[in-house]
Design a protein around this ligand. Structure first.
Ligand code: TTJ
Length: 693
């Protein structure tokens, strides 16, 4: 960072600087003298890349969707061009008008799209901007300090997806007009064709660009009518982000008295923060606000604390909202915490022996807006609204460190420093208190849990590496399991009814649930943060539930419980699903257990005449011997081991592997027939985890 020169203003003072942001890093930055304009940004500096039909073919690739969002995107593409002109200091008024026929007009009072002829292409700048994909000053030149990321280059995209476009440019005393249209010719649509070439239509004292377009009904569904609220909200936001620029929004569909709204905020982000804090009680009278520059990145920040406990942070990069956060937010928080801790020590709020306050202590009740202007933006994340550029973190850290330190060291800002630190002191106290209470609660629960083993039928063997715990659905199946088991190494825990679905509960509620407490105490591992695998008293924990919806649900709940509170139990491979057969086919003394319909049909055929089928609707229908034979006997049974496949991919896609000594044929049948046929508890579980992640 190049010293305090980058700082435009700081603190509670009203900002009176001109709106122009200069980019000192590049020799060929924005023009500072009007006379330089032509050299700085000539028609030939526009590079050409692609044709328009591609846009018609695949609108989604360019504007995301052909629904309402895509429709509004058209407007933002145009508005961004005007905002760029304003942000670089060449315009201070932008108006947007929605007409009754759903066409929209955007006007600025900037320099005007070039009307001269493009060197290589031999057509006017206006034509290049509206007919060449990716044309615009944003690629390969320095006429603008930054560009709006994916935005602001799409005038040609708008043309391609509009029924018609009209452009008017006023510059150097003359008015020019041009229009485009997308007519249907020979059964297919010609996108964005020149309808009337660029013509000088008179003299004028005005300056600027006016673009009117009608979104194409053949592209957008269900409507080409833009929503008042959406447009108003974005224009207001842009007004906050572009201090001093006047945005005039007219909606001709409204009653005359509601037709026009104006947004202009000379305080910029300060005003934005005040607006967000509206209805709250601020802890000091005006937002802290500064702008700085580091390494070609312009960083602007405003914040103000209120007496609530919630943090509000809005961040933007090139006027685009970064709702998923990213590097700039990371840099802001780390620098903020560092500076405030230094401040706390200097003032003596923190003594030598005290630990630092944490980021969360400072963010309570803090409303902040962070806005960056930079080049080569990389958006990441699920909705591409997370800033990925590492240099943004460095730049924000540099600017915030310097500006915030300077601000906090200034004696006249003492009240702000005091309010911020007082808030942090309280927050840290509450945090410590909560930590203690949580610890106490956990210890209390540990004690409470000890005697709760009543329902468990434990095994006699003491070798944990051989022992198995069967969690069995229902008392009657539990009874059979108790009778049928090998008590040397098999313990039975019957579950009555459905256990609590832990996903919907807080930890303390889960602990009050008797089924889970019994389970936790039976396993001997503790749970949650205190989980300790070395205490595990069973090598295998087998869930035995019916092959019906209820059974699947119980399974899903138990797995979720293990996943949330005893994850290593799953990752270390101790959790299994017991698989009881669905049918028994018998004839006289002979019998075969079948695990799906195909197997059953095959057995029936093999036995021939006189064969009988019994269908097991639930575990309860099997007697003790049958349950042992089919589901519990290690030599015969089928178990699935539960594991988490590829934790990096999704937090937890739970996969089921065939385990134990099951016969390969059965494995095959199971994997290919049984599980693929219907949505299982595992799928439900995995779905849920996926959704959560
Ligand atoms: C071009 O080179 C001379 C100085 O101005 C540059 C320019 O393109 N300025 C400009 C473009 N101002 N406003 C626009 C613009 C405004 C709207 C509403 C729509 C479009 C596509 C561009």
């Amino acid at each position: 960072m190049r010293g305090p020169a980058g700082v435009i203003t700081i603190g509670n003072d009203k900002i009176v600087e001109p709106m122009r942001i200069r980019h000192r890093d590049r020799g060929s930055g924005c023009a500072e003298k009007d006379g330089m304009m032509e050299q700085e940004y000539s028609v030939s500096s526009i590079k050409v890349m692609e044709g328009l039909d591609a846009v018609r073919m695949r609108p989604g690739m360019y504007i995301g969707s052909t629904g309402p969002q895509g429709l509004h995107h058209l407007l933002w593409e145009i508005v961004d061009n005007a905002v760029d002109e304003a942000a670089n200091g060449f315009a201070n008024e932008i108006s947007v008008t929605i007409h009754r026929d759903d066409s929209v007009t955007v006007t600025d009072n900037g320099r005007g799209i070039p009307v001269g002829t493009h060197e290589k292409l031999g057509v006017s700048g206006v034509e290049v901007v509206f007919t060449q994909l990716h044309a615009g000053g944003k690629f390969g030149n320095d006429s603008y300090g930054y560009s709006g990321g994916l935005h602001g280059v799409g005038a040609s995209v708008v043309n391609a997806l509009s029924e018609w476009v009209k452009v008017e440019v006023c510059t150097q005393g003359r008015r020019y007009e041009m229009s485009f249209a997308s007519p249907e010719e020979d059964g297919h649509i010609v996108s964005g064709k020149v309808a009337e070439p660029l013509t000088e239509t008179g003299r004028t004292r005005k300056q600027g660009t006016t673009v009117t377009f009608l979104p194409d009904k053949r592209v957008f569904h269900p409507t080409v009518s833009m929503e008042h609220k959406t447009v108003a909200k974005r224009l207001r936001e842009l007004a906050y982000l572009n201090r001093g620029v006047r945005f005039v929004f007219t909606d001709e569909r409204k009653k005359p008295e509601e037709r026009t709204v104006e947004y202009r905020y000379d305080g910029g982000l300060s005003d934005f923060v005040s607006y967000l804090n509206n209805g709250q009680t601020p802890l000091y009278d005006a937002p802290v606000h500064f702008v700085g520059e580091s390494n070609g990145i312009v960083v602007e920040l405003a914040f103000q604390h209120n007496d609530s406990y919630t943090e509000t942070l809005f961040s933007f990069v090139n006027n685009i909202s970064t709702t998923e956060g990213g590097m700039h937010e990371t840099g802001f928080k780390s620098a903020y915490t560092k500076v405030m801790n230094e401040c706390a020590r200097r003032i003596g709020v923190l003594k030598d022996k005290d630990p630092n306050f944490e980021g969360a202590d400072y963010s309570e009740g803090r409303t902040a807006v962070l806005s960056l202007k930079m080049r080569n933006v990389e958006f990441e994340g699920q909705t591409k609204t997370k800033l990925g550029n590492l240099e943004a973190k460095t730049a924000v850290e540099a600017v915030v460190s310097e500006c915030l330190t300077q601000f906090m060291e200034d004696l006249k800002n003492g009240p702000v420093a005091q309010a911020v630190l007082e808030k942090a002191v309280k927050a840290a106290k509450v945090r410590e208190q909560l930590k203690k209470e949580k610890k106490k609660a956990r210890e209390k629960n540990k004690l409470d849990i000890a005697p709760l083993v009543g329902k468990l039928s434990s095994c006699t063997g003491r070798d944990a590496s051989k022992n198995e715990l069967f969690i069995v659905e229902g008392d009657s199946a539990g009874g059979s399991a108790k009778k049928g088991r090998d008590r040397k190494f098999q313990a039975i825990l019957p579950l009555r009814g459905k256990p609590l679905n832990v996903e919907k509960q807080r930890e303390d509620k889960v602990l009050q649930n008797e089924e889970f407490r019994t389970l936790i105490s039976a396993l001997g591992t503790g749970f949650g943060e205190d989980f300790d695998l070395s205490g595990l008293k069973y090598d295998k924990v087998v869930i035995l539930s019916d092959a019906d919806q209820d059974g699947y649900h119980i399974r899903a709940i138990l797995l979720t419980f293990f996943y949330r509170y005893m994850k290593p139990l799953i990752t270390e491979g101790h959790v299994y699903i017991g698989l009881p057969p669905l049918y028994m086919v018998s004839k006289g003394e002979k019998k075969t257990y079948c695990y799906d319909d195909a197997e059953m049909t095959k057995a029936l055929r093999a036995y021939g005449k006189g064969a009988k089928v019994q269908r097991y609707k639930g575990l309860g229908e099997m007697d003790a011997e049958q349950l042992w034979e089919t589901t519990m006997d290690p030599h015969n049974r089928m178990l699935q081991r539960v594991s988490i496949e590829n934790p990096g991919e999704v937090e937890s896609r739970v996969t089921v592997l065939m385990g134990d000594k099951a016969q390969p044929r059965r494995e095959y049948i199971f994997r290919n027939a049984n599980f693929n046929k219907e949505k299982t508890a595992f799928d439900e579980f995995a779905d849920k985890q996926e959704k959560k992640a």
